[in-house]
Write a protein that binds this ligand. Structure first.
Ligand code: PA5
Length: 428
C-alpha cells in the first residue's frame, strides 16, 4: 500500500505547514497508543488482530461451516457498524454476479438495517422458499431496526423448522450482558459471540461481528487478520507511515477550508468499501460542529453524474482515490474484421489499462479544477489487502479524530433521532 498526494495549485502547503501537522499527527498517534485520549475505553480494536484468540477463530470457522452446509441463504441482521464491515468485505471479494453463479455458498442477504415494510415483506417471500440461517448482530441488543427484524425472522424460522432447529440456525452476536439479545439467545439455546466492551460498532469488523458473516460467505478470515496484523506492525511506532501521510493531507485540506472528502473507486465491488469508510469517518469525526463530510463516488460510472459537480461545482472537496493496481481476471477486447465501431485505437490496452487511463485523466482534470487528490495504491483486492485497508483506515480515523480535537469513539448525535422516534411511537 502506498499513499501519494497531489495538491491542486491553490491548496499547495508550505513545508512548515506540513511539518507542524506531521508533529501533531504523530503526537495524536502516541496518545492513541498510550490510551490517554478521549474515548480511551473504546480502544480494544487497536490490538484486535494480535489479540483475537485461536479458540475464537476456530469457533467462528466451525459455526460458519455448519451454517454453510444447511443454508441456501444467510441473513445478516444488523445496522451501522453491525453490518457494514462484513458487507464491505464480502462485496469486495465475491463474484460480481454471485446470486446467479454460486452453487455451494449461501447467498448473503442483509436485513435489520431498514424498517421498510416492502423490503422485509419481499425478504420473507424469498425466505419462505429457501433454507436459511441468520446472524443477528447488535452490540446494544436494543437497536429498533435490528430488533424488529429479528422478531419477524425468529418467528418465521420457528414456524418453518420448529423451535429446536430454528435455534441451531440463529447466531447472536452482542454484548455480554446489555440489552435483551443475549438473554433471548441463551434462553433459546442459540450460539452466541460476545462483542468486547472496548470495541465500538464501527471498529468491530475484526470481531465475530464481521468475521462470522465473512466466513459464512466462504472467505479466509485468517488472511484478513494477517493483513490487519501486517498493517498494525507497519503503522504503530513508525513516524513516516503512509497512514500518517494520509492523516496529514486530509487534515491540512480541512484546515484549508475543504469540507468534503470524497472516497473514489474505479470498480463496482468497492461501493460498500466506501459505505463502510463513510460510516467510520462520519460517525467518528462529525461532532462539535467539526469534521469533513465523507462522500463517495464509484467511477467511471459516476463521472457521468457527479463528475460534473466535482469538476466545476462549489470548491468544497478533495478526493481520496483507492487505486487498485491489478484486476483478478482478464478479458481481451475482440479484434473485428472491420473497425466499424472505430475502437481499434484501444487494442493495445487491456480493459484494466483503459480504466487506469480514465483514472489518470480524471486526476489531471480534477487537479486542474482545483480538487486535490490523495491516492492510496493497493496491489489487488484480496483478503490480505482488505485486512490491511481495514486497519489503515481505522487507525487513521482514530488519529485524525484526535488531530481534529473530537472524541472519535462516541456517537452522541445518533441518540437524538431515537428519542424523538420513541416519543412519537409512545415507547415508555
Ligand atoms: O458505530 C456504531 O457504534 C454504530 O454505528 C452502531 O454500530 C449502530 O448504531 C448499531 O448499533 P448496535 O450494534 O448496538 O445495534
Amino acid at each position: 500500500m502506498k499513499i501519494t498526494v497531489s495538491y491542486s495549485k491553490n491548496d499547495t502547503p508550505s513545508n512548515e505547514e506540513l511539518k507542524q501537522l506531521s508533529e501533531k499527527s504523530l503526537s495524536a498517534l502516541q496518545t492513541l497508543i498510550d490510551g490517554n485520549g478521549e474515548g480511551n475505553d473504546f480502544l480494544g480494536w487497536v490490538n484486535l488482530p494480535n489479540e483475537i484468540s485461536q479458540q475464537e477463530i476456530a469457533k467462528i470457522e466451525s459455526i460458519a461451516e455448519r451454517l454453510r452446509k444447511c443454508s441456501e441463504v444467510f441473513v445478516v441482521a444488523g445496522i451501522g457498524g453491525s453490518y457494514l464491515g462484513a458487507r464491505m468485505v464480502i462485496e469486495a471479494l465475491k463474484h460480481n454476479f454471485d446470486t446467479l453463479t454460486n452453487q455451494n455458498t449461501p447467498t448473503i442477504l442483509y436485513a435489520g438495517n431498514t424498517m421498510n415494510e416492502d423490503y422485509l415483506a419481499d425478504l420473507m417471500e424469498v425466505l419462505d422458499k429457501k433454507d436459511y440461517s441468520l446472524a443477528v448482530i447488535s452490540k446494544s441488543g436494543t437497536t429498533t431496526e435490528t430488533a424488529v427484524t429479528f422478531r419477524i425472522l425468529r418467528e418465521h424460522l420457528t414456524k418453518k423448522y420448529g423451535s429446536q432447529e430454528a435455534a441451531k440456525r440463529i447466531v447472536a452476536i452482542t454484548d455480554k450482558e446489555k440489552g435483551v439479545l443475549k438473554q433471548i439467545a441463551d434462553k433459546e439455546g442459540c450460539d452466541t459471540f460476545v462483542i468486547p466492551d472496548n470495541v465500538g460498532g464501527r471498529f468491530s469488523v475484526l470481531t465475530p461481528v464481521g468475521l462470522l458473516p465473512i466466513a459464512v460467505a466462504g472467505f479466509d478470515i485468517r488472511k484478513i487478520l494477517e493483513g490487519a496484523k501486517l498493517q498494525r506492525k507497519e503503522v504503530l511506532g513508525n513516524k513516516d507511515s503512509d497512514m500518517l501521510k494520509y492523516v496529514v493531507a486530509r487534515n491540512y485540506l480541512y484546515n484549508k477550508g475543504k469540507s468534503v472528502e470524497i472516497m473514489v473507486n474505479y470498480q463496482p465491488n468497492l461501493v460498500y468499501f466506501s459505505e463502510w469508510w463513510k460510516q467510520l469517518y462520519g460517525e467518528s469525526e462529525g461532532k462539535d460542529n467539526k469534521g469533513l463530510f465523507p462522500a463517495s463516488v464509484s467511477n467511471t460510472t459516476d463521472l457521468h453524474s457527479m463528475g460534473q459537480y466535482i469538476q466545476e461545482g462549489r470548491r468544497l472537496m478533495f478526493e481520496t482515490v483507492l487505486h487498485i493496481e491489478n484486476s483478478k481476471k482478464s478479458l481481451p477486447i475482440p479484434t473485428l474484421k472491420e473497425n466499424d465501431d472505430k475502437l481499434d485505437y484501444l487494442l493495445n490496452h487491456s480493459l484494466t489499462q483503459i480504466n487506469e487511463k480514465a483514472e489518470e485523466g480524471t486526476r489531471l482534470a480534477h487537479l486542474e479544477g482545483g480538487v486535490s487528490q490523495i491516492q492510496l495504491s493497493v496491489e489487488r483486492v484480496d483478503e490480505i489487502n482488505i485486512g490491511q485497508l481495514i486497519y489503515f483506515f481505522e487507525i487513521a480515523c482514530g488519529v485524525s479524530g484526535y488531530v481534529l480535537g473530537v472524541n472519535p469513539f462516541n456517537q452522541p448525535g445518533v441518540e437524538n433521532y431515537k428519542k424523538k422516534m420513541f416519543k412519537l411511537l409512545g415507547k415508555e
